[in-house]
Design a protein around this ligand. Structure first.
Ligand SMILES: [Zn+2]
Length: 478
């Protein structure tokens, strides 16, 4: 495999430069030789000045990243979306004239009938290339094009507009002596023969993250095009902070079986989606996926891993310098964070190397421990609602869950204060606050709601008790 790429999706909670460089060293040691750098609103584009995320990196930060990668023989493949996934720009009224479907249309993709949308893409691409002048391969995205968006300008036949636009972007990239890469899914959906309408030499990146469609693989591997594969290293469950790991190891394993079967694949991208869309909640980030990237890097280098438990435990031992049950830890990320937390507590105490990574994992997992506690309280309250309302919950029950409400509120306040100095050492404060609010703002409101319901349940119980006492004394008097 020539290209062993890891996806650095800047939609995510992004590391500060120093921490990013630390992570690059780790990924290089794990076997990756390429970084797919997806900028979104974290690049200070002149063409869209004033519309960057406050955590955007400076041009000098990107230059430092480029230099650091170069010294470690890591190639950077910039990714600039050419069709959709553009909410980060189109959500602003200043760009509504570019939306597919007009000003009231979608913020997801721009209209491909507009020359201005191509011009902006080209300007942004040029700005990226100015910072990364050594670029040999450039990814133009082009996945998940929405074909049914009603639009007076490009009308019904969007596939035609899509092919022409992709071809034009590919030609532009190729005119600069670079290789162009695109995602495969539009062709998977609308017929891979459409691919022949693109300029030759374009690399088609096949992403299959769940079920493997072997029939499709057989078909596309039979075509005379260069292919890359793509796995996904993150899943999202319950919107917790840590992601379930084992289910994604299954996907890495699947690709460990695909690659030896189809030598036409010359590269692979291990994707790590920081969030599904730039307007959706955060999903994962480079640091929290460090054991998944190890698993993926090893598979890309040496092929399918025979014993994942053995691999993770021995990787953890080498990486942190302590012999612990890392596999149990990752198994319980997201599912039962308190169990993962026990291993992490020991790790943070004993780690000889990469203690900062252990500390970050522990911080995120602590958020999950609290989310798990609150969700446990909430689900008990939900199941008890009818009983609360008819006054059927005795004081020992309502007292218990009233304690839950109080404890949850206290723990939230304490955890935010405890974690802020840890997290902000490696990540930006504004993104840390976003991450915190996405997980806790709604839960804190819900917590208050349950506090009120439980208080009423206590009164209802007392009221029922008094009524019953009244009836008993009436009966006795009779
Ligand atoms: Zn249109």
């Amino acid at each position: 495999m020539n290209i062993k790429a890891l996806h650095f999706d800047m939609k995510a909670v992004i590391p500060k430069l120093d921490h990013a460089l630390e992570m690059i060293d780790i990924f290089a040691a794990q076997g990756f030789n390429t970084i797919i750098l997806e900028f979104e609103d974290k690049f200070p584009f002149e063409a869209t000045r004033g519309f960057h995320h406050p955590a955007a990196w400076s041009k000098d930060d990107f230059r430092s990243l480029a230099q650091h990668c170069k010294e470690r023989n890591i190639e950077i493949v910039p990714l600039m979306q050419s069709i959709g996934h553009l909410d980060y720009l189109l959500k602003y009224p200043a760009f509504q004239h570019l939306r597919d479907g007009g000003a009231m249309g979608t913020t997801y993709q721009w209209c491909l009938a507009l020359e201005a949308s191509y011009e902006l893409w080209q300007k942004m691409t040029d700005e990226i290339l100015e910072i990364f002048p050594d670029t040999k391969i450039f990814h133009i995205g082009a996945d998940e094009c929405r074909m049914r968006e009603p639009c007076q300008r490009c009308g019904e036949n969007k596939l035609d507009f899509y092919i022409k636009r992709v071809a034009r972007c590919v030609e532009y990239i190729q005119s600069k002596n670079m290789k162009a890469v695109i995602w495969d899914d539009v062709f998977r959906k609308y017929g891979i023969e459409q691919f022949k309408r693109l300029p030759s030499g374009v690399v088609c990146c096949v992403w299959l993250y769940r079920e493997i469609d072997w029939q499709y693989l057989e078909k596309i591997a039979g075509m005379d095009i260069e292919l890359w594969g793509a796995s996904s290293l993150q899943a999202n469950k319950n919107n917790y902070v840590m992601n379930p790991h084992e289910i994604k190891m299954d996907n890495v394993d699947d690709w460990g079986r695909i690659h030896p079967k189809y030598p036409r694949f010359t590269g692979h991208i291990a994707t790590l989606w920081g969030r599904n869309q730039c307007l959706s909640p955060y999903n994962t980030n480079l640091t929290q996926a460090v054991l998944m990237t190890a698993y993926s890097g090893k598979t890309l280098t040496d092929g399918l891993i025979a014993d994942r438990k053995e691999f993770i435990n021995s990787y953890g031992r080498d990486f942190f310098g302590v012999d612990l049950d890392y596999f149990t830890m990752i198994r319980y990320f997201n599912y039962e964070p308190a169990i993962a937390g026990k291993v992490l507590a020991e790790l943070c105490e004993k780690a000889l190397y990469h203690r900062s990574i252990a500390e970050i994992l522990q911080a995120f997992n602590k958020m999950d421990e609290l989310l798990d506690y609150m969700d446990m309280c909430f689900s008990n309250n939900q199941a008890s609602l009818a009983s609360y309302r008819n006054g059927g919950s005795p004081p020992e029950l309502t007292g218990n869950w009233a304690d839950g409400v109080r404890i949850a509120a206290e723990r939230c306040e304490k955890l935010y204060n405890d974690l802020t100095p840890v997290i902000t050492r490696y990540f930006y404060k504004n993104q840390w606050d976003e991450l915190w609010e996405q997980h806790f703002a709604a839960r804190l409101e819900q917590n208050q709601y349950w506090g009120k319901v439980i208080e009423e349940a206590k009164q209802k119980w007392q009221h029922n008790l008094q009524q019953a006492a009244g009836q008993t004394s009436e009966n006795l008097q009779k």
